[in-house]
Design a protein around this ligand. Sequence first.
Ligand code: F6R
Length: 612
Amino acid sequence: MCGIVGYIGQQQAAPILLQGLSKLEYRGYDSAGISVRNGEEETVIVKSKGRLKVLAEKTNDGLAVKGNCGIGHTRWATHGEPSEQNAHPHASEDSSVVAVHNGIIENYQEIKEKLEKKGYVFYSETDTEVAVNLIDYYYKKHDGDPLDAIAKAMMRIRGSYALAIMFRDYPGEIFAARKDSPMIIGINNSDVFIASDVPAILKYTRNVYYIGNMEIARLTCGNVTFYNIDKEEIEKELTEIKWDEEAAEKGGFEHYMMKEIHEQPKAVRDTLNSMIKNGSISLSDAGLSDEELEKISHIYIVACGSAYHVGVTLQYVIEDMARVPVSVDLASEFRYRQPIMEKDGLVIIISQSGETADSLAALREAKEKGVKTLGIVNVVGSSIAREADRVIYTLAGPEIAVATTKAYSAQLAAGYVLAVQLAKVRGKINEEKYTEMIEELLMLPDKIAKTLEDKERIQWFASKFSNAKDVFFVGRGLDYAIGLEGSLKMKEISYIHSEAYAAGELKHGTISLIEDGILVIGILTQQELYEKMISNLVEVKSRGAYLMGLTVYGNYGIEDTVDFSVYVPKTSKYFASSVAIIPLQLMGYYLSVSKGLDVDKPRNLAKSVTVE
Ligand code: F6R
C-alpha cells in the first residue's frame, strides 16, 4: 500500500504534492518522492528515504522545485527495501517516461527478464521500474502514442496498480491508469488532481471522478478525459465528497482499527497471492526451496503478543498437517532460557513491525547458535527482515491502530501456506489434498468478508457487556489459540480483564472464578472437539455464566446451550482461526467504543515495542 498524488494546473505543483502526500502517509512512510515539470524543461525528480518531512526539508517545502505539473509518492515497500534508489517516482532509462505506482505487479520478474533481453538496465529492485520501462518499450515501438503504450502495458501486467505517468514528449499532461488499486481524479476549475485517496485532495476540491478498473485518464490543465482499454473515450460523472477530512483519512470509518478490520480480506488475499501462483505454492521469493523444507527437523516459532498467538495456531496446524515438531515461545522468554535447538531446525520469527526488541534478540540468539532463521514480517527492510536468513513478507500494508488485526490475519495466511507446502514436500498430503488446501485458502478472503457482514449483531451484544469486569474465552485445540487472540484484543482496547483457557483446564482452577452473569465466550470451530466443548459450556453455565458460543454455520444445536450464538462460514479445520477471529476483533472494538475509549491508541501501549 503506497500513496500517490498528481497535480496539473496553474499553481506551483510541488507544495500541493507535498501537502497531498502528508495526508497519505498512513498508506506508507518508508520513503517519498516527487517529480515536477516546468513547461518544456526536463522533469526534476527529488526523492528521499524516511518520512515525508525529509523530502519536505530537501525541497524547502516544495518551494525549491518549480513547475505546474507533477506527481508524487509515499512508499510502503513491497519489492525492494526502503531506500532512495527504490523510492518513487521511477524513470525509464532515458527519462522518456516517469511514473509513480501503488499496487503489486505479480509478473514483474518475467517482464523484467524480457526487457533485459531487449537491452533495458534496471537501477532499482522495484516492480514499478519494470512497469515504467514496459510503457517506455511500447511507447517507442508504437509511434510514441502514450495512450497506446499504457493500454498495451496494462494488457501485459498481472496484478494491481494505480499509475500516474508523465511523458517527456507531452509536457503539461499526466496520464493515470488503474486496476484493483484505489485512485481518484479531482477537479476544481483549472486545477486537476490525482490521488490514491480522498484526504489528499480535500483541501482543494470535493469534486471527484472515480476511475474504473482497466481505465485510463488523460489530464491537462482544467480538463480530464477518460478512456477504456480499447482507447475509446468514455463519459464519467462527477461525485461530490461529503466526508470531513478526518473521516476521509479513515476511509469513512470512525477508527483506523475498524478500517483495518475491513481491510483483512485484501491483506489475506494479497499475502496468499504472493505465495500461490497458478494453483501451486511458490516460496522462491522467500528463498525457501523444497529440499530445505524437507530437511527441517524441528520448527521453533518465536514472537510476541498477537504474533505469538499466530505461532500457537501454527503449531497446531503444522504439527497436524505436516507432522513436523513445532515449539512456540514468547520471544522475551526464548532469549534468556538457553533453548536447545537442533542444527537442522528452523527458527521462525513472526513480527508485523520487524523491530520488536525481544523478537529481534531471539533472532540473533538463533543465528549465533547457527540455526537457520525465517522471518514472517510485514515491514519490508525492517531489522528482522534484514537479519533473518529467509523472509516471507505479509502484504497487509501499514497498520496504524495499535491493536493488530490485518497484520495478524496476514501472518496466519502466510503461516498456513508454509504449512501446506511443508506437508506436501514431506509427503504428508497427496496432490489432491494439496489442491483442496490451496482452494480452501483462496476462499478465505471472501469468507472473512462474509463474516464482517454480521457486525451489527456483535455491536448489539457488546453494548450489553460494557460494564463487565471479567470475561473468559474457552476453546480446545485451535479454538484455544483463537481464544488467546480474542482475549488480548478485548483486554488491550476495552480494559476489561479477560483470560483465555484451554477448556479442559477449567476444572483445574479457573472454574472457581465463574459466578452469576460472568460472560464466557466458547469457541467451537473444531468439529471433533465440539461435543467435549458443549460439556464444558454446560458446566460453566450451571455455575451461572452467561454464554456466547462462536461456531460454524450448521451447528445450530448450540442454541440449546448458549445464550447468544455467532456463526462463521465453514473452512478447512486448519484455517478456522482466520474467520473465527473476526467476531472477536469486533467484540473488542465495540466494547472499547461503547466505553468511550481511545480505540486506536490504548493507554500504555506502543505500536512497536523496540525496547525490552
Ligand atoms: C496486539 C499487538 C501486539 C503485537 C506485538 C508484536 O494487538 O499488536 O501484541 O502483536 O507487540 O509486535 P510485532 O508483530 O510488531 O513484533
